[in-house]
Design a binder for this molecule. Structure first.
Ligand SMILES: NC(=O)c1ccc[n+]([C@@H]2O[C@H](COP(=O)([O-])OP(=O)(O)OC[C@H]3O[C@@H](n4cnc5c(N)ncnc54)[C@H](O)[C@@H]3O)[C@@H](O)[C@H]2O)c1
Ligand SMILES: [Fe+2]
Length: 355
């Protein structure tokens, strides 16, 4: 059976496209009492971008903190805050920021129309009611969160996304100018998330012509961004992120993402840097990709943290291994149906010990 793949229906791309956000939202404001909620990464508090938000009438500005990756408890609190603000559901949610702020916007827009806690919906296709209209404005490029059908959340028992067709944004606004102020290390880590999506998708056993078409173009753009000099590198990275996301949506990621989930769940390490840490130990699985990744690191003078698991006890190490190996489709994509005989608990443990 082939998946019937839903994609984001409205996309605007280009430098200065942010100036058109007001016009886009205007068409979704049914009356003068209707309000929008702007969910913006609090890194922009007091920054020019905040002053450019097209706030009107009763619109609500929610500054969100992403020092920790989004938790289900945080989503539930934000939804309660919106409900307390107004008895009517907002006309739209606009998420502005990196993967974390975009995932918060996705989850909030779903939970405004679905009862209970966001933790109840971590999984696949558990959402019953369509989300409130929701828009993404990425300010970091690489995760592909702008086009994916998941909102990744850490819950009381697991780190798992709310995966559903309703999770997809209704509109994305890709303005490369918004990447201008990103600190170099963060730019690199999130960009490498995209590069690794491409490598894992293209090297995987699930690969098909659809995913290959997107993955190869994304990889080419990543090489231009991270190994060459181009004045329009931000434009390129934004499209690389989009294409990389499209590539994995119809295939899968692999070993590096599985291992990074373990690092994230046990040590709280963020997604982009976690992928970089894990990838640097995967020469045996992705030899060409890892070699090129090291060239990119050297060119941008990036050094990764080491010895992260040195002081971890056995129980925590076991939990990390269990988290990583629990991601069955990722290993299947990476190593084929007999993956469990290849990536044993011992081998996984050994990889984590070296990190
Ligand atoms: N939904 C998906 O498909 C998907 C895919 C991959 C990752 N994710 C999630 O995305 C998150 C990682 O996203 P990310 O790598 O984009 O980083 P992020 O959103 O976690 O942000 C990283 C840091 O960069 C800051 N930042 C963001 N934009 C900035 C800007 N323009 N200038 C300066 N600072 C800026 C943030 O405040 C934060 O401190 C994780 O929570 C991960 O689980 C989601
Ligand atoms: Fe990723």
């Amino acid at each position: 059976m082939y998946r019937n793949f839903k994609i984001v229906p409205n996309i605007i791309f280009g430098r200065g496209a942010f100036n058109q956000l007001d016009d886009i939202l205007q068409t979704r404001r049914p009356g003068k009492d209707a309000y929008m909620v702007f969910v913006i990464d609090d890194v922009f508090t007091g920054k020019p971008l905040e002053g450019r938000l097209p706030l009107k009438g009763r619109d609500l500005l929610l500054r969100v903190n992403v020092d920790d990756e989004p938790k289900t408890s945080y989503i539930d609190a934000l939804v309660a805050q919106i409900r307390a603000y107004h008895s009517e559901t907002p006309a739209g949610i606009v998420g502005i920021g990196g993967g974390s702020a975009m995932d918060i916007a996705k989850a909030v827009s779903l939970m405004l129309n679905n009862p209970g806690s966001s933790a109840d919906y971590q999984g696949w296709d558990l959402i019953n009611n369509p989300a409130v209209y929701h828009v993404a404005v990425p300010t970091l490029a690489g995760t592909g969160a702008e086009i994916s059908r998941t909102a990744i959340l850490t819950g009381p028992v697991k780190k798992l996304g709310i995966n559903s067709d309703y999770t997809l944004f209704d509109q994305i606004l890709l303005d490369p100018e918004l990447l201008a102020g990103v600190p170099k290390d963060q730019w690199f880590y999130t960009g490498m998330d995209c590069y690794i999506h491409d490598v894992e998708s293209l090297a995987g056993t699930f690969i098909n012509e659809f995913s290959k078409a997107y993955g190869e173009k994304s990889l080419e753009l990543c090489r231009q961004v991270f190994l060459e000099d181009h004045p329009d590198k931000d434009d390129k990275l934004m499209m690389a992120s989009y294409f990389g996301g499209m590539s994995i949506a119809y295939s899968q990621v692999g070993a590096c993402h599985a291992l990074s989930y373990g690092l994230s769940y046990v040590l709280g390490i963020h997604h982009g840097i976690g992928c970089c840490i894990a990838f640097d130990y995967l020469d045996e699985i992705y030899p060409a990709g890892v070699a090129e990744f090291r060239q990119m690191m050297a060119r941008h003078d990036i050094s990764l943290p080491r010895n992260l698991t040195r002081d971890l006890g056995q129980a925590a190490m076991e939990k990390m291994v269990t988290t990583a190996l629990g991601l069955v489709p990722l290993w299947e994509n990476c190593l084929g149906p007999d993956w469990a005989g290849i990536m044993t608990r011992e081998r996984t443990m050994e990889l984590y010990r070296r990190m």
